[in-house]
Design a protein around this ligand. Structure first.
Ligand code: URA
Length: 209
């Protein structure tokens, strides 16, 4: 079964408090989400392979390490996922970015892909799927299924806040995909919002309602 990694880093928890606060406006919300995404990316990339390197410091030769060149991809689920992309790219600027858009079919209630643009070499990349609010988990599970159909083998899921229902859905559908979240909240309400959550992440990022 895939692991759930919850970040207890003080900076992440502090910033998440202000992200949750309904008084926080869109500009500050966007900045905080980007900052938390960057801090989370630090941990999500902890297992990247390194290789030996050598450089000359002003004092002499140093045996060091550099990233072994593992190809990475970041795949935000539209639209709220966009808010975390730049934070992740600040730490891993060489990552390629794919986008997946999904809507829920009102009759079947199944997620339907309406937009998908991915790097051409998906099978060679380790992918970080970004879905800030893992609520029912339906969109994240469907996006991961699409990516696997395109050949993706190593996928991690990065969320700001996860609900137990969403974690269960993803773990059942994709037991190979680790979930990274800044918090796991209590439950979903009748409208599918995470409680206490932060409200609608897309609306708060983009100032819509
Ligand atoms: N999507 C959101 O933006 N917020 C939630 O609480 C659940 C889904």
């Amino acid at each position: 079964m895939a692991k759930v990694h919850v970040f207890d880093h003080p900076l992440i928890q502090h910033k998440l408090t202000y992200i949750r606060d309904k008084r926080t406006g869109s500009k500050e919300f966007r900045e905080l989400v980007e900052e938390v995404a960057m801090l989370m990316a630090y941990e999500v990339t902890r297992d990247l392979p390194l290789e030996e390197a050598e450089v000359e410091t002003p004092v002499g030769p140093a045996k060091t390490k550099v990233l072994a060149g593992k190809k990475l991809g970041v795949v935000p689920i539209l639209r709220a996922g966009l808010g975390m992309v730049n934070g992740v790219l600040k730490l891993i600027p060489a990552a390629k970015v794919g986008h997946i858009g999904l809507y829920r079919d009102p009759e079947t209630l199944q997620p339907v892909e309406y937009y998908c643009k991915l790097p051409t070499d998906v099978p060679e990349r380790d992918l970080i799927v970004i879905d800030p609010m893992l609520a029912t988990g339906g969109s994240a599970a469907a996006a991961i299924t699409f990516l696997k159909e395109k050949g993706a083998k190593n996928i991690k899921l990065m969320c700001l806040i996860a609900a137990p229902e969403g974690i269960r859905t993803v773990q059942e559908a994709h037991p190979d995909v680790d979930i990274y979240a800044a918090a796991v909240d209590e439950k979903l309400n009748d409208h599918g919002y995470i409680v206490p959550g932060l409200g609608d992440a897309g609306d708060r990022l983009f100032g819509t309602k």
